[in-house]
Design a protein around this ligand. Sequence first.
Ligand SMILES: [Cu+2]
Length: 679
Amino acid sequence: MRVCLTWRSSVSSRSRVCIFAVLLFVFALPTCIALQPEVHHPLDSLTPEEYWKVYRVLSDAGKLAEKTQFSSILLQEPPKAEVLAWKPGKPFVRKVDVVLLTEGKAYAAVVDVSAGKLESWAELTKEQTPASLSGFDDVLKKDPRVLAALKSRGITDLRLVNCEVIQADFVDLPEQTEGRRIGWGVCDYTANTLYAWDDDIAGMYVVVDMDTKKILRFSDSGAVPMHPTTSIYDADGGPPAPGTRPIVTSQPEGPSFTIKDGEVSWQNWHFRFRLDPRIGPVLNLVTYEDAGKRRSVLYEGSLSEIYVPYQDPDEIWKAHVFLDAGLSFAIPGSSGILKPLQAGVDCPVYASFFSGTFYRGDGTPYVRPRLACMFERVSGDPVWRHWEYSTAAISGRPTRELVFRTVANLSNYDYVFDWRFEQDASIVVGVGATGILAVKAVKDQRMDGPLSEAMAAKDPDGHEVQFGQLVAPGISAVDHDHFFSFRLDLDVDGVNNSLMVDKLVPYKLPDSAPGRHWIWAMKPEMVKTEGDAQFDVSVEHPAMWRFSNEGVKNALGQPTSFAIMPGETGISLLPPREWPQRRAGFSEHNLWVTPYDPTERYASGVYVVGSKGEDSLPQWVKQNRNIMNTDIVAWYTMGFHHVPRPEDWPQMPIMWHTFTLLPFQFLPKNPTMDLPLVP
Ligand SMILES: [Cu+2]
């Protein structure tokens, strides 16, 4: 481990915080865990040297033209059986999946970096890859219709106009004929603004062929006045409220987790991680140490896809449908979804930080620092407590947790991803949504009068429905959803598991019995096939979802299991026939379970841009494969509907949603009984 001093550059030098910063520096130096970019394990991240090998193999094979862009370079995980059988010191094969774009054509390659050879090369003819987003500013600003529309809005200084085109996922636009990369373009007017999210020029847009860079359609529904900018705040942080006294959190002796050859050990937990450009943090081989024995819990856990559909009938807004992970990672030059963390803001100053190696659009690697952090924290809450009336004695224990954190940025939104390891043998997975709302300029200044067509319409019964919320005068934040699909390859006490659904059902007692006649009872059911393994959170029909190992029993004769305990969550309100839903069908249910298949990693498929949902979770489960006593994978959808508030503007306070992997009949008793009285 080495101490990293660069954090000071992110701390304001303003005098009012200076003394506090010095205190923090003295008590809590942030640390960088020096994870050398070397491969210790078959599931480790690609190293810079491996990226260069991929580049050289493709170059030597004559596959790189002057304008070739790398869409994606991802580790191809080795077969699971090989990984589980592997022992340190033994050799293993490293392979890499590559997608490239050359002159509008896309190619998929597999490079065996261990052997230094090109294993396969194929043109992608059916699947669509993201197109390059560069070079459209000029195209739009030279079009006479765009220029006339700008002039009609009083905008003549083109230096303050930025036009961009975003690739449209398939939503059945008339221009979206087979194989065509279609984008829609808008312009911003940056006069008097600071940030680029409240300066869209409303009413005008274009539809573009992204390969030929030709405008196919132009639309102007009329000028909407630009509103005054609202995104001004103190970038350095304001003064503390009167009477605020410092709170110092520090870990002066360093963290109590260790990392050896890439494996993290903390209390009874052991796990590995890598930072993947497409899906962010991937946790592997999570085990819980019980009485000196490591017991497997999770072979792999990661994000699988993100789906954000906006809800506005305006043509350009109804095309705002994003499969963010699959789309964003692969835009040439986007460099992956993870972005650097700020010590003291995103993670405590005493956290340990980890860099990641990613790739540029030209295929060359670079190391991006501070892409993940790990820290222990004490909330001040008890893990258990009790006041015993017979003795009037109080007993209890404080707790600490280990947090592994990354942040993804997807244009306006930022998502904080947490994996929190608890002393009670549970794992909490959290997503914190923050960043900036997607907004449009409207004529409306208040919402207590008649609303403009941009904000409301009448339903067939003549009742008014609203499409967004004013968050400032003239700024409507469009209603939308966020859905996160997590792929959880649970291996509880081994690979072969079953899905148990424990329904809690009303149970009628005999009428002849005195007193009460109804109780509820647990009705466990093992689900046989994946076709029957879709479940939603329901308050009317509660059920526990457990992943059990029928071959391993605890001392009470119960098969050991882990449950997925949902937090607040939602599912999509759109009917399945809608194109966005066909492509993001995972949002129809909170839980899906499939048998393990190494090709099924992303709930909306590998290539999402032009996808019509062919390679997706709802299609896979139609095979109706067996999921009993076999290697199974849980797909958990965490979702929330977002009706924006003025309090979400101009930056949204972080909104957390979580779910828990909960040990259930896995341990003989509460593992926190003997914790010390200090956390
Ligand atoms: Cu939102």
